[in-house]
Design a protein around this ligand. Structure first.
Ligand code: 13P
Ligand code: SF4
Length: 366
């Protein structure tokens, strides 16, 4: 194929049938050279092409284990960065659409975290002696590198409790970014009183806290959140339980504390899938996470007599996960099959080394 034929403009208007035909053919040409890793939030028409699926932790492990030359990441940018960091130098992680970011990850950046660290130093003295930085995996590689350099660690929605234990065993405080809700829920589960978890607003001097508040906090929660999970409210659960008193509620820990506390189960996307899939036939579930996952689960489990409902009355999809669509997948795979690597994700070497240190600590702990 010519360069012009391989430009994205030629794919944008592909019909669904044509895109499916070309994706299947390109995958056949690529064979084992490419592996498709798919996050559970991917649209149905892309998810069906997954070689392997998972939550962030599982996908990170799979990326570290695969031998494929190309890791085609159907997910968001930070996930492809993790794949690049944990894979070998001769492998290439590819993100079919570079605009597939994560709005929560964008709520923290290196300049703001470094400023926070300086401000904490002015109040607490050497922060490296007193605070462990913990970044949720939903963050850019340079923030993972920051944690690597400062004796910190990465966590996911699955292993956050074990990681916070690890962090607090080393230093008396944790700076948890960028998701305040995952941090608060994790601290709450550990029995840390809410008064000892202070919100750090990166847009205010000293995070908007007094020196006394900083001194008394055990967990400093970065003021970030997921725009999808913030839509779920405890009122949705209360109204549903009135109608279905025997039903079960399951939520992702990116939901706010009230939602997590009102749920029967809280866990990662993989945990949600496994829990509802393993539940007895005839059960009814209310699920607080992204709509693609919930719709797929509802469809798959309906034949077993299970009812799976979405927690919010409005549509909540992760708009950035949605960016990976059939035209982008067809474009990516046909280019790779023609030995033209499009959208490679390459984390600069020094940053990757430090970020790897923080990720490897996480993999050891979990
Ligand atoms: P999981 O690690 O649970 O898949 O969560 C990733 C995510 O971004 C949820 O919004
Ligand atoms: Fe980021 Fe929220 Fe999308 Fe997850 S659902 S990738 S946290 S924006």
């Amino acid at each position: 194929m010519t360069a012009e034929e391989l430009s994205f403009a030629r794919y944008a208007a592909l019909s669904e049938d044509e895109a499916h035909r070309r994706i299947a053919a390109a995958r056949q040409r690529l064979g084992e050279r490419a592996v498709l890793l798919c996050h559970h939030y991917q649209r149905a028409e892309v998810y069906r092409y997954a070689d392997l699926t998972g939550d962030s932790l599982k996908l990170a492990r799979l990326a570290a284990q695969t031998d494929a030359e190309f890791i085609v990441f159907c997910g968001v940018h930070f996930m492809a960065e993790v794949a690049d960091i944990l894979s070998r130098p001769q492998q290439t992680a590819v993100l079919p659409d570079l605009a597939a970011g994560c709005s929560m990850a964008d709520m923290a950046n290196l300049a703001k975290v470094e400023r926070c660290w300086r401000e904490l130093a002015a109040v607490l003295g050497d922060p490296d002696a007193r605070i462990t930085p913990v970044t949720y995996i939903n963050s850019a590689a340079d923030l993972k590198a920051f944690c690597g350099e400062h004796g910190g660690i990465v966590c996911t929605s699955t292993n956050a409790p074990a990681i916070v234990d690890w962090a607090l065993a080393r230093r008396e405080k944790v700076l948890f970014f960028p998701d305040q809700h995952l941090g608060r829920w994790t601290g709450f589960k550990k029995g840390i009183p809410l008064e000892e978890m202070a919100v750090w607003d990166p847009d205010l001097e000293n995070g908007g806290l007094t020196p006394a508040q900083i001194e008394s906090a055990r967990i400093l929660l970065w003021k970030g959140h997921c725009s999808v999970h913030q839509m779920f409210q405890v009122e949705h659960i209360r109204r549903w339980r009135e109608r279905h008193p025997d039903g079960f509620v399951i939520a992702h820990p990116e939901c706010n504390l009230d939602v997590c506390r009102a749920s029967d189960h809280v866990g990662s996307t993989e945990y949600i899938l496994n829990t509802v899939t393993a539940a007895p036939a005839g059960t009814r579930w209310l699920v607080g996470t992204e709509l693609n996952l919930v719709s797929r689960l509802a469809e798959q489990l309906e034949p077993q007599g299970k009812t799976v409902e979405f927690m919010a009355p409005m549509v909540c999809m992760c708009s950035t996960m949605q960016r990976i669509d059939l035209p982008h997948l067809a474009w990516t795979l046909e280019n790779l099959a023609a030995d033209n690597v499009v959208n490679p994700i390459r984390v600069p070497a020094h940053e990757a080394e430090m970020a790897r240190a923080a990720l490897e600590r996480m993999l050891e702990v979990s």
